[in-house]
Design a protein around this ligand. Structure first.
Ligand code: ADP
Length: 256
């Protein structure tokens, strides 16, 4: 049997007493375990055929005949884009299931931190030409970390900043070295996040109510970011005001 205890605060003459409410969570844990197992099996099973489809899509783009009609080219290009998106969503689901089983591994190697930030922003500018992404600051650090996972974090924060703010607004990225830490801040001029939701957005599958209908997403990007940053020994948090934009910040310890 699995038990969970909550302390109930008492007042007056009983304030030094300890009253515990003990709850049997065996069933709840078993249901959660079944959900985690399902997620893990489903995402693994879907990944293999999808990887093959991605390969064939790329081949189709390469083999496109010169004289193909614009309409046909357009269909192939759009299909390719959606297949890539599907592949990315599935990779995120796989990441979640890896985190659940404690299998997210870091492969640390020193890399030029500023170059990584510049290149990631370049990629995002290409994908979102209607946004201005401004970079300020530098760290001049060869950081000993998992570059591809940190690119994933920055990509996630940038794509959220773009997704949850109006077209033509500016997204800012600020990087700096503060004593023994690197600090990255991604700011936007978008919808912002109410105080009550600010800690919850890092929870698995949590999405702020109002975005559910109008914006695509699964509510796992920030959860994955948090795991990656904390596995590096860093911290991630958000400062925001509803209706006035958000700033997502993370720090990474340099001496590791
Ligand atoms: P997703 O974007 O797929 O829903 P995330 O885990 O990346 O998942 O984000 C969780 C939730 O946090 C989002 O659904 C949204 O409600 C909120 N959020 C994240 N980034 C921003 C942002 N820059 N501005 C406003 N809300 C945000």
């Amino acid at each position: 049997m699995l038990l969970n205890a909550h302390r109930i605060e008492l007042e007056g003459q009983y304030k030094d007493w300890i009253l515990l409410a003990i709850e049997d969570i065996t069933e709840r844990r078993a249901i959660q375990q079944r959900k985690d197992d399902f997620l893990s099996i489903a995402s693994h099973e879907l990944k293999t055929p999808l990887t093959t489809i991605v390969g064939y899509m790329q081949m189709m783009e390469r083999l496109m005949p010169e004289n193909a009609t614009d309409k046909f080219k357009n269909v192939v290009e759009k299909t390719g884009r959606y297949v890539q998106r599907l592949n990315q969503l599935l990779s995120e689901l796989l990441d979640v299931s890896r985190i659940q089983t404690g299998n997210i591994e870091l492969h640390r190697e020193p890399f030029d931190f500023d170059r990584m930030v510049v290149e990631t922003i370049e990629g995002m500018r290409g994908a979102s030409p209607d946004r201005t992404i401004e970079l300020s600051g530098k760290t001049e650090i060869f950081y000993n970390g998992d570059e591809s996972h940190l690119i994933q974090v920055l990509n996630n924060l940038l794509s959220n900043a773009i997704k949850y703010s109006p077209a033509k607004s500016t997204v800012g990225v600020q990087i700096s070295k503060i004593s023994d830490f690197l600090r990255v801040s991604v700011s936007d001029q978008g919808m912002g996040i109410a105080t009550d939701d600010q800690a919850k957005v890092f929870d698995r599958f949590y999405r702020v109510g109002e975005v559910q209908r109008d914006y695509p997403g699964m509510g796992i990007g920030l959860y994955i970011c948090q795991q990656i940053i904390s596995n590096h020994g860093g911290t991630i948090w958000v400062e925001s005001e509803k209706g006035r934009g958000s700033v997502f910040n993370f720090t990474l310890p340099i001496n590791n």
